[in-house]
Design a protein around this ligand. Structure first.
Ligand code: CTP
Ligand code: MG
Length: 622
């Protein structure tokens, strides 16, 4: 009874949360809008709501979405279906699934308990919410049963928007600000994406719950921190005792009855590796849908990777990555604190991906997580900061927020939005922030300085890593240690290109809307930056790279003449302006020198013999 009233309360909160979100999207005005602290779900509330939703859910493979009526009529004998979602997974042929959410856990269990095994096929008899709807002649759907059907089916719940459609939508937007918001709305992980991820977590949790009834498997990373796009991987943490995550860990049980337990191996790391090996075997041998299990146990954070066939997910399972888990909580809070953070982050992530700075496979390039830190650091460093420092969240922690990991890492920051005491006075639009982001990092001294999100300022670099971002929770670590000098250099170059390009786009975006429809504009050009370096089809725009001719033709003055009839380039940032002017005047001096040399050498050529002419010619034609 108590449990069901908690559930109803939880459901109402979730509904309210989504209604607010919808309303927010509809009303999103040009000025910054922020949800009040009481309307936001805390990370723990959000995780618990999604976990309880997963427990009320079954996933049934069907022939097509048309099987829904028959399936829902069949399943209503077990309980009340409160929502239904169709999605498909492309294998050699299309596999269709329907996710049915019951009103409580018992109803979902009743459906699972009643399920049978496939007699045509010898498989491991595992009980799970992943089911298959067998065709039959016996079950005939009656007309009145059809009429009773009330819950509509949400179709294609996991479909990712294709690039062409997204580009067309972006093309038709009215301004860059709207393009950025639209990109976020169209590509962020949706409700079904979240449901599938929490089901994958529940499956792992169930698998070990016989021996570890308090086990808890939870998604973390971009799947839940609000920065995930459709199709992002699932980072999962499995703890064998749920008290360790999401709850305060300070109170020790006072019971006089103490469990007998096996002693850990002397080396904690090899203990985790052995446990993970066993979990990996179990996933591989027993869990339906789990394929292609790989064990990466020598890494700093040992993980098991696998593919989930029924959920179409790539999963990275870890057992001791508690700081990664708490980091997700911090990132979630940053995303919730200001509505501009997530759209800005999506835009930066997509830009980095489109110019090849990031790559889904691990390597010497910057990761999405490091990129996320760059955006947060920038937002902390604005004249009117949009995000607070992490140290201020630590200072506002209450007794309830005290979390110290087994390795002694302090993750005790406030989880309460009201306690942060942070008030943002910055009213900039997201497109302005995006330009400022590029300008900020165009000048950042990556060679000598490290980024501290804890202090919200840069510090001297502790070592010679190309890019140094102090890990906010494990401050002796560098989040971007993997980044090579070459990749850091590419990042700097692309950031400068981004600044140049976006300046032009912002200027261009003021021309009448109808002229823009036919050709790529705004952030679309930012996402095609490589193509643009080579050809720039739109002659309305200023060229991203200055024509050398334009630099050389000017005489005597430091004021650039208008390009393509536009007014002279306006720089928002005086330092960038100064840098550009310096480069230009240096280039002019060098050109003058080259002219002088050329005149001298042509004079020489005219007075010398033919062989020298030949040498010059052959050099030119090479
Ligand atoms: N993490 C961390 N320190 C790192 C790398 C990762 O704390 N050096 C944590 C972060 O909480 C991060 C999570 O682990 O969000 C998952 O890492 P990863 O999958 O690399 O990044 P995501 O944020 O999930 O981004 P993506 O969409 O690329 O998966
Ligand atoms: Mg991830």
């Amino acid at each position: 009874m108590v449990q069901s009233s908690i559930m109803i309360y939880a459901l109402k909160r979730l509904q309210k949360f989504y209604l607010i979100r919808k309303d927010f999207v509809r009303k999103y005005t040009n000025s910054a809008t922020t949800l009040s602290a009481k309307d936001r779900l805390s990370y723990l509330e959000f995780i618990q709501l999604r976990q309880s939703e997963a427990k009320r859910t079954i996933v049934v493979q069907v022939n097509s979405e048309k099987s829904y009526l028959e399936l829902s009529n069949y399943c209503k004998t077990y309980g009340n279906i409160v929502s239904a979602h169709h999605y498909d997974v492309q294998h050699e042929d299309d596999h269709h699934y329907i996710l049915l959410e019951f009103s409580n856990e018992e109803e979902a269990s009743a459906a699972i308990n009643d399920s049978t095994y496939n007699i045509d096929y010898t498989g491991v008899p595992v009980r799970s919410p992943f089911l298959w709807f067998k065709a039959t002649d016996k079950y005939q759907l009656k007309k009145n049963e059809l009429a009773m059907q009330q819950i509509g089916l949400n179709i294609d719940g996991n479909r990712t928007i294709d690039n062409e459609r997204l580009n067309n939508l972006l093309l038709a937007s009215s301004c860059i600000e709207d393009q950025i918001k639209l990109l976020y709305q169209q590509t962020k992980l949706n409700d079904v994406g979240l449901r599938l991820r929490f089901l994958a977590a529940l499956q792992v949790q169930h698998a070990v719950s016989g021996m570890f009834p308090n086990a808890n498997a939870q998604p973390f990373g971009s799947s839940v921190n609000g920065f995930g796009r459709m199709g992002c991987d699932l980072d999962l943490i499995l703890r064998l005792d749920k008290g360790v995550i999401g709850k305060t860990n300070t109170k020790r049980s006072e019971s006089r009855l103490v469990f007998h337990t096996k002693e850990n191996l002397s080396n904690g790391r090899s203990q985790i590796q052995r446990q993970m090996e066993t979990v990996g075997d179990m996933l591989h041998l027993f869990l339906p849908g789990v394929f292609h299990v790989r064990r990466i146990l020598q890494a700093r954070v040992p993980i098991i990777k696998y593919h989930h066939e029924h959920l179409n997910l790539e999963v990275d399972l870890s057992m001791n990555n508690l700081t990664g888990f708490y980091m997700s909580e911090l990132l979630y809070m940053f995303g919730e604190l200001d509505e501009r953070v997530r759209p800005l982050m999506f835009c930066v992530r997509r830009w980095a991906n489109s110019c090849g700075l990031t790559n889904p496979s691990p390597g010497r390039w910057i990761t999405n997580f490091s990129l996320t830190c760059l955006v947060i650091f920038f937002l902390q460093n604005l004249e009117q900061p949009i995000l607070p420092t992490i140290n201020s969240l630590f200072r506002s922690a209450s007794q309830e927020d005290v979390h110290i990991t087994e390795d002694g890492i302090n993750c005790s920051f406030t989880r309460d939005f009201k306690r942060t005491g942070f008030h943002c006075k910055n009213k900039s639009q997201i497109n302005e922030l995006l330009l400022q982001f590029f300008e900020f990092y165009s000048q950042f001294d990556f060679h000598n300085r490290a980024l501290s999100l804890n202090e919200g300022r840069d510090l001297p670099k502790p070592d010679h890593s190309a890019l140094y971002i102090i890990n906010p929770l494990e401050q002796i670590l560098n989040v971007s240690k993997n980044v090579s000098l070459e990749e850091c250099e590419r990042l700097r170059i692309e950031i400068r290109n981004g600044a140049w390009l976006l300046e032009s786009e912002i200027e261009y975006s003021t021309i009448p809307k109808s002229d823009k429809y036919s050709t790529s504009w705004g952030i679309l050009n930012l996402f095609k930056s490589h193509e643009n370096t080579i050809t720039r089809p739109n002659f309305f725009l200023k060229p991203r790279m200055m024509e050398i001719k334009d630099l050389f033709d000017r005489t005597g003055t430091d004021n650039p003449t208008p390009v393509n009839g536009n007014s002279s380039t306006k720089f928002k940032n005086l330092i960038v302006k100064k840098q550009v002017q310096n480069i230009k005047s240096q280039a002019r001096t060098e050109i003058k020198q080259m002219h002088l040399n050329a005149t001298t050498s042509s004079a020489v050529t005219m007075t010398t013999t033919t062989p020298i002419k030949k040498t010059l010619k052959s050099k030119r034609s090479r």
